[in-house]
Design a protein around this ligand. Structure first.
Ligand SMILES: [Zn+2]
Length: 183
C-alpha cells in the first residue's frame, strides 16, 4: 500500500503512516532508494508492523468510513496532480513534433543551456508556471527510476503514444473515405 508523494518525491506507506506505532522510512521521511525499492517494499509489506497496521486499518474502515474518505481524497488529488503534469508535457511534445525539432540536447539535466528543446521549453514554461516550477525543483534532478515524468524515456513513450493515435486517426479517415455506402 505504497503511496507516492508528489511534493517530496518519496514513497510512504499510507496504512503505516496512519496506524503504525513504530517509525520507519515509510512513515517518516519517506523512501527513495529506487534501486532497492522492489525488495524493500516486499520486505515492508510482509513485516509484522505493517501487518498490524493493516489489521487496524481494516477494523477502522468498517467504522463509519472516516479512513476511506481520507484515502479517496488523497488518491484523487494525486491523480489530478499527475494529469496536470502530463498536460504540460504533452503540449511541449506536440509543439516540438509539429516543428520537427530535436528533443534532446547534449545534456539531460535541468539548468543547463545545452539540455535541448524538451527540457529547455519545460524550464521556460516553469518560469511563469509555479506548479511546473515546483515539480521540476522537487523532482527534476532525481535519477531514473523515480516517478517524475520528466525523463527522456517517458518523453519518448508519450511521443510513441501520440504517433500511434495520430496514425490510427489517419487510417480511420482514409478507410471511411474508401467505404462505399451500403444500400
Ligand atoms: Zn506499511
Amino acid at each position: 500500500m505504497a503511496s507516492f508523494s508528489p511534493s517530496d518525491g518519496h514513497v510512504y506507506c499510507f496504512v503505516c503512516k496512519l496506524f503504525s506505532k513504530t517509525r520507519s522510512q515509510f512513515t517518516h521521511g519517506g523512501y527513495c532508494d529506487w534501486k532497492n525499492a522492489a525488495a524493500r517494499l516486499v520486505e515492508h509489506e510482509t513485516s509484522k508492523n505493517h501487518l498490524n497496521a493493516t489489521t487496524h486499518f481494516a477494523v477502522r474502515s468498517k467504522e463509519k468510513g472516516c479512513v476511506d474518505q481520507e484515502l479517496v481524497q488523497q488518491a484523487e488529488s494525486e491523480a489530478i496532480y499527475w494529469q496536470e503534469i502530463l498536460k504540460r508535457l504533452i503540449s511541449v511534445i506536440v509543439f516540438i513534433s509539429e516543428r520537427g525539432l530535436a528533443f534532446r540536447g547534449e545534456k539531460q539535466v535541468f539548468g543547463s543551456p545545452r539540455n535541448g528543446n524538451y527540457l529547455g521549453i519545460l524550464e521556460l514554461i516553469a518560469e511563469y508556471d509555479d506548479f511546473l516550477d515546483k515539480h521540476i525543483k522537487n523532482n527534476g534532478s532525481c535519477g531514473s527510476g523515480n516517478t517524475n515524468y520528466l525523463s527522456s524515456t517517458i518523453c519518448e513513450e508519450i511521443v510513441q503514444l501520440i504517433k500511434k493515435k495520430f496514425l490510427m486517426k489517419l487510417s480511420l479517415e482514409s478507410s471511411s473515405k474508401n467505404t462505399i455506402p451500403y444500400r
